[in-house]
Design a protein around this ligand. Structure first.
Ligand SMILES: Nc1ncnc2c1ncn2[C@@H]1O[C@H](COP(=O)(O)OP(=O)(O)OP(=O)(O)O)[C@@H](O)[C@H]1O
Length: 243
């Protein structure tokens, strides 16, 4: 990490198990503020579990997590989820209109999302106003993913956690989503953490990268480490010998 980066989310010797099975082992590292960090590594490495720790869905067995210098337990769970937005590969939607879906985070708080605010969110993700009243079942995968990202932006999160959000999309939609995330990162200085299986993507959009395997962080550094990893297991992974 660059020494002048603020460590927005920081892990210190974090362990997490499910029953007897260790899922995360001695995780130490940070996601710098306003930067894009990618998480790469084979299936089952523990990447999604790390995300669940960041927004308080689960708590570590031992070790500490800090959000902007404050212990994660000191946040109210609702406040934490507002600060740390999460978007998933499946872009889960409720039935009905785009507007209804965009409004979900505020309707859950018993409030309404005004039309002009909904349109502003649509514009932000590059969709026209006419989409507002469309039924989500008529949208393409790429459009659904844009709605899903717009929805996480309703609460102006400080951090966006993205779990494989482009892996089921065609190349054009994938590029649009990448551009969108880079724009959000630049305009709002949102800290981005992006789980991806696509190493090319990690290299092109990420400032930093974490390589995880078997519940451990094997390498952390500027994205360039993916070009010439030191660890022999990571070398095999980036050559594609491991999935
Ligand atoms: N609720 C659970 N019960 C039991 N095991 C779990 C549970 N959640 C995760 N695991 C296990 O934890 C390990 C890490 O899973 P995780 O989903 O975090 O990995 P991942 O790196 O995100 O993988 P993928 O790329 O396949 O999503 C896996 O071995 C998984 O089987």
């Amino acid at each position: 990490m660059m020494s002048n980066d603020n460590e927005f989310i920081k892990f210190e010797n974090v362990h997490y198990s499910f029953g007897d099975a260790p899922i995360l082992i001695d995780i130490t590292g940070s996601f710098p503020e306003g930067k894009i960090t990618t998480l790469v590594g084979p299936s089952g490495a523990g990447k999604t579990t790390l995300f669940k720790l960041c927004n308080g869905l689960i708590s570590p067995d031992s070790g500490a997590i800090f959000i902007n210098g404050k212990k994660i337990e000191s946040f109210d769970p609702v406040e934490l989820r507002r600060k740390v937005g999460l978007a998933l590969q499946s872009a889960t939607m409720i039935s009905g209109s785009v507007w209804r879906n965009l409004a979900l985070p505020v309707t859950l708080q018993g409030k309404q999302l005004p039309e002009e605010k909904a349109i502003e969110l649509l514009n932000l993700v590059g969709l026209e106003e006419k989409f507002l009243k469309r039924n989500v079942k008529d949208l393409s995968g790429g459009q659904r993913q844009k709605i899903s990202i717009a929805r996480t932006l309703v609460n102006r999160p400080k951090v966006l956690l993205l779990d494989e959000i482009t892996s089921s999309l065609d190349r054009v939609s994938q590029q649009e989503i990448e551009e969108l995330i880079v724009r959000i990162n630049k305009e709002y200085l949102t800290t981005i953490v992006w789980i991806t299986h696509n190493l090319e993507q990690a290299l092109s959009i990420g400032d930093y990268s974490w390589v995880m395997m078997g519940g451990e962080v094997i390498e952390i550094g500027e994205s360039d480490i993916l070009h010439h990893p030191k660890d022999e297991r990571v070398q095999r992974f980036v050559r594609g010998d491991m999935e």
